[in-house]
Design a protein around this ligand. Structure first.
Ligand code: C2E
Ligand code: MG
Ligand code: MG
Length: 405
């Protein structure tokens, strides 16, 4: 969304703190800033507003309803605005508040340490409209609606490039599903994937469909000279289906694609998912597919479980990338993940790169490959060759930026 159109609600029991925030927001191109002195007033303003708020910035520590409770109650509204929590607490405590509030409803968008800077506010505003966690209370879909959409071919992969951070070369693309909904427009996975993943038949259909469309696109790109990889996301549920590896091999063979070209992204819970999953994973690796552990560090698997998987790549979750600058715990998580990747000879891939500074830091810490909005938002398949043709020019500018001191 255009920041100049956005409406922000500032919630703080201290009038002076509120005034400071309102002043800082006044220096940014936003449409309107409203104020509330407590959580009840904030909820009333959100419900009564003629036009919805695009962001609520609230203090964490308030008498009565504190910022966490307010975030939880906002999450329970239909179409809740994102919430940014402001606090003077130590960043480690803040990280746990972040996890808590995400678990409690997912309206939380960012945490702003006190004293709040104009840059931090600008960043929080720039995140408005980006996908938030699956638990946000948005209107759901029935299984029948999802099945109909799948049957009608409304679920299509978009593609996000993966860049070798040393050279700026494109080394691969990750397929990310989008639902081209007939009335609601293009929907990102957080609106539907959790529900699809609850039903083995639905997730099997979605996986096959995304895979077939991605392979068809890949044959087209290869004919035009592309020689990188293609990554696809696999849900733990499809891996638990005993015949999955054989089915996947048959599909890939139909399109005449070499197994080595495909990178199958698993989540940490795949490792803990029983013997069928381990059998599938091992068989796929034996057939030559590459295997990546997605969102590394966000699950609950032990190193022992992970060491049972014949992995070739480790992906650093974007939550760590986005917080590494201000949060030493995220930075430490990245450093130890990269160390582990090196020791196990895995390729490392950093997700969610949005700034040249993040590229510089990740490279410095030893990360080989990266992806994120800095390079581009996910691209519809039919626009990909065009985007690739323009990459060499864009690459030159970006490399200069991330190599600059
Ligand atoms: P993921 O595999 O970890 O994918 C990365 C997600 O991060 C994508 O969200 C991508 O658009 C987003 N992203 C990439 N760069 C940036 C960035 O710089 N900043 C921010 N804020 N976000 C960035 P998306 O497409 O919404 O996908 C979310 C998740 O949905 C994926 O996470 C994956 O777990 C799941 N998913 C997507 N496609 C499929 C699929 O075909 N099958 C299955 N089973 N799951 C899928
Ligand atoms: Mg992925
Ligand atoms: Mg990921």
């Amino acid at each position: 969304m255009n920041p100049a159109d956005c409406r922000i609600l500032v919630v703080d029991d201290h009038a002076l703190q509120r005034l400071l925030l309102v002043r800082m927001l006044g220096a940014l191109p936003v449409a309107e800033v409203a104020e509330a002195g407590n959580g009840d007033d904030a909820l009333a303003q959100i419900s009564d507003a003629a036009a919805p708020f695009d962001l609520v910035i609230t203090d964490l520590d308030m008498p009565g309803m504190d910022g966490m409770e307010l975030a939880r109650r906002i999450a329970a509204l239909t179409l809740p605005p994102p919430v940014a929590l402001v606090s003077a607490l130590d960043s480690r405590i803040l990280a746990s508040v972040g996890n808590l509030s995400r678990a409690a409803g997912g309206a939380l968008q960012s945490i702003l340490p006190k004293p709040v800077s104009v840059d931090a506010l600008r960043e929080a505003i720039s995140r408005i409209g980006q996908p938030r966690p699956a638990s946000v209370a948005l209107p759901g879909f029935s299984d029948a609606e999802l099945a109909e959409g799948l049957a009608a071919g409304e679920f299509q992969p978009w593609f996000e490039p993966q860049i070798e951070l040393g050279s700026g070369e494109i080394v691969g693309f990750e397929a990310l599903v989008r639902w081209h909904h007939p009335t609601l427009g293009v929907l990102a996975p957080f609106r539907f994937i959790e529900q699809i993943e609850r039903d083995p038949a639905l997730i099997a259909t979605l996986t096959d469909s995304v895979l077939r469309q991605s392979l068809a696109a890949l044959t087209h790109w290869q004919a035009a000279g592309y020689c990188g990889s293609l990554s696809v996301n696999l849900s733990p549920l499809v891996l638990a289906e005993i015949d999955f590896a054989n089915r996947l091999c048959a599909i890939v063979a139909e399109y005449g694609i070499a197994a080595e070209t495909l990178i199958l992204e698993l989540t940490e819970s795949a490792a803990a998912n029983g013997s069928a999953a381990i059998e599938n994973i091992t068989r796929l690796r034996m057939r030559g597919f590459r295997l990546s552990i997605d969102d590394f560090g966000t699950g609950y698997s032990s190193l022992q479980q992970l060491s049972r998987l014949p992995l070739t790549e480790l992906k650093i979750d974007r939550s760590f990338t986005s917080r590494m600058r201000e949060d030493p715990v995220s930075r430490a998580a990245i450093e130890s993940s990269l160390h582990l990747a090196q020791r196990l000879s895995l390729r490392s891939c950093g997700e969610g790169i949005e700034t040249a500074e993040q590229v510089r830091e990740l490279r410095w810490m030893g990360c080989l490959v990266g992806q994120g909005y800095l390079f581009t938002r996910p691209i519809p398949g039919e626009q990909l060759l065009d985007w690739l043709a323009h990459w060499p020019t864009r690459r030159g500018t970006l490399i200069e930026e991330w190599r600059a001191d």
